[in-house]
Design a protein around this ligand. Structure first.
Ligand code: PXL
Length: 277
């Protein structure tokens, strides 16, 4: 696989093992030049911490974009995660239109909600703006909560394959041709990912560990992007990222002082070996 330039747009949570502090090391380790556009700087992530600082970087984005344009900088793929504001989403759309190489992949993780609830600071207007961004993506990486919010489908914690298929169809109707839906479990002790590509459904089931860990969506998405950029298929990338995320949770379990994220750094060597790098 040729060395490629991936742009990832999401926040810097200085402490918390999520967003850019996860995406940058993982995608770099997968052998890609990883460029960043920080959407905001927070002292920590917003899950489980109180009193965190939040500096929205929306106003810096047009000048950064214009400088890249002027320098002729172009990216082979873009992966977006947690964004700072609805207004910022319009700028991200303009980045899709101005600094991507022809055929560049656009991967959108609509990181905005989990367990039936929006993350602090987001509202309905943000969900609508995110739906517009998802419409322009090639590949969407939502969890079930985000999928329901984006499509207006009722959120359920108990569901069957028909419910998931409906959700996948509604998500592709937004515009993306491929959806990787995470956290889909049909039994109590398993979870998995449902992949919907060109109207074809497939499912990868894996162990569900009895702990819920923050930042695992970002760990998952980053490993997915790393595998995909190494020419793996969507399903293979979804499987590799799922196995990697489970291993990260396993390597963290049992350390009650480390509840804000997962120790993904310890598992990067395994990911690299899996990719044959
Ligand atoms: O992991 C998603 C995420 C990213 N960035 C920030 C967050 C969260 C989830 O809560 O708060 C700032």
């Amino acid at each position: 696989m040729p060395y490629q330039k991936v742009l990832t747009i999401q926040d810097i949570s200085c402490v918390g093992q999520c967003s850019l502090t996860v995406a940058l090391p993982i995608i770099s380790a997968c052998g890609m030049e990883t460029c960043v556009l920080p959407s905001a700087v927070l002292s920590t992530h917003t899950g489980g911490f109180t009193g965190y600082t939040f500096r929205d970087l929306t106003d810096d984005i047009p000048a950064i974009r214009d400088h890249w344009k002027k320098e002729g900088i172009r990216f082979d793929a873009v992966y977006t995660g947690y964004l700072g504001s609805s207004r910022q989403i319009d700028y991200v759309l303009s980045i899709f239109d101005s600094v991507m190489n022809p055929g560049a992949l656009k991967i959108v993780d609509p990181a905005m909600a989990d367990n039936g609830k929006l993350y602090p600071g987001f509202d309905d207007a943000y969900v609508r703006a995110m739906a517009a961004l998802c419409a322009r993506a090639d590949i969407l990486l939502p969890n079930i909560t985000e999928a329901c919010m984006l499509t207006g489908h009722p959120y359920q914690t108990c569901y069957d394959e028909a419910y998931i298929r409906t959700l996948l169809e509604k998500l592709t109707a937004l515009g993306a041709h491929t959806v990787v839906l995470t956290g889909v479990g049909y039994t109590d002790d398993t979870t998995g990912v449902a992949v919907y590509e060109n109207g074809k459904y497939s499912y990868y089931k894996h162990t569900r560990l009895p702990v819920s860990s923050h930042g695992t969506g970002d760990v998952y998405a980053s490993a997915f992007v790393g595998a995909l950029m190494n020419s793996r298929t969507t399903f293979d990338s979804a499987r590799i990222a799922a196995d990697f995320t489970v291993r990260c949770i396993e390597r963290t379990a049992g350390d009650e002082h480390h509840c804000y994220g997962v120790k993904f750094e310890l598992v990067i060597p395994e990911l690299i070996r899996t990719l044959g790098l």
